[in-house]
Design a protein around this ligand. Structure first.
Ligand code: AMP
Length: 192
């Protein structure tokens, strides 16, 4: 299996690239943010629980997020592999992912990070907010909080996967096609 953690701050382009890469490599794309947003739309208990955190740009608690992620992975028995987008975001989530994949006799193949400067991120997210309908993209203070949360809580995962020799950084500035090419070069090497 090829199990990729697509990593990077909010607005780095993870969702856009995951949509392309899932087709190219026949992988299941799991975006925890998308799953939460669908649950909010359908007014489920999970959605109600997640909404207050998301609206403020804070992380949904690990316990809730990990349970949801496990269920999403279990829905896709027989998959060739996964692209995890927006997960893990904490060390506890990374540990839980390792455990889950171990039960399936597999592991995280690599973390591939899209590297983009903060000011570019804020501009991209404000631009996306004009059409995405996402409340957390519409307010600059919420955007800045999400970037702060990324550095305070999530960025440590770079070291987590570096220690396992699984970290690959990719320049996330350029055209969508250019960035897909850079990511594909890494994935092709991993699969060679
Ligand atoms: P995203 O679509 O990845 O930008 O996520 C949007 C929001 O969903 C985040 O700001 C968090 O509130 C929540 N969220 C998504 N994934 C996670 C996660 N792995 N852990 C905690 N909260 C998450």
């Amino acid at each position: 299996m090829t199990n990729l953690v697509l990593f990077g701050p909010p607005g780095a382009g993870k969702g856009t690239q995951a949509d392309i890469l899932k087709e190219k490599y026949q992988l299941i794309h799991i975006s925890t943010g998308d799953v939460f947003r669908n649950n909010i739309k359908n007014k489920t208990e999970l959605g109600l629980n997640a909404k207050s955190y998301m609206d403020k740009g804070q992380l949904v608690p690990d316990e809730v997020t990990i349970k949801m992620l496990n269920a999403e992975v279990d829905k896709n028995e027989g998959a060739k592999g996964f692209i995890f987008d927006g997960f893990p975001r904490t060390a506890a989530q990374a540990d839980a992912l390792a455990e889950l994949l171990k039960l399936k006799n597999t592991e995280v193949t690599a973390m591939i990070a899209l590297e983009v400067d903060d000011e570019i991120l804020v501009d991209r997210l404000l631009e996306r907010g004009k059409t995405s309908g996402r409340k957390d993209d519409a307010d600059e203070s919420v955007i800045r909080n999400r970037i702060k949360v990324y550095y305070n809580e999530t960025a440590v995962l770079k070291e987590y996967y570096k220690k396992q020799d699984k970290y690959y950084g990719v320049d996330g500035v350029g055209s969508i096609e250019e960035i897909t090419q850079r990511l594909s070069a890494v994935i092709d090497k991993l699969q060679a």
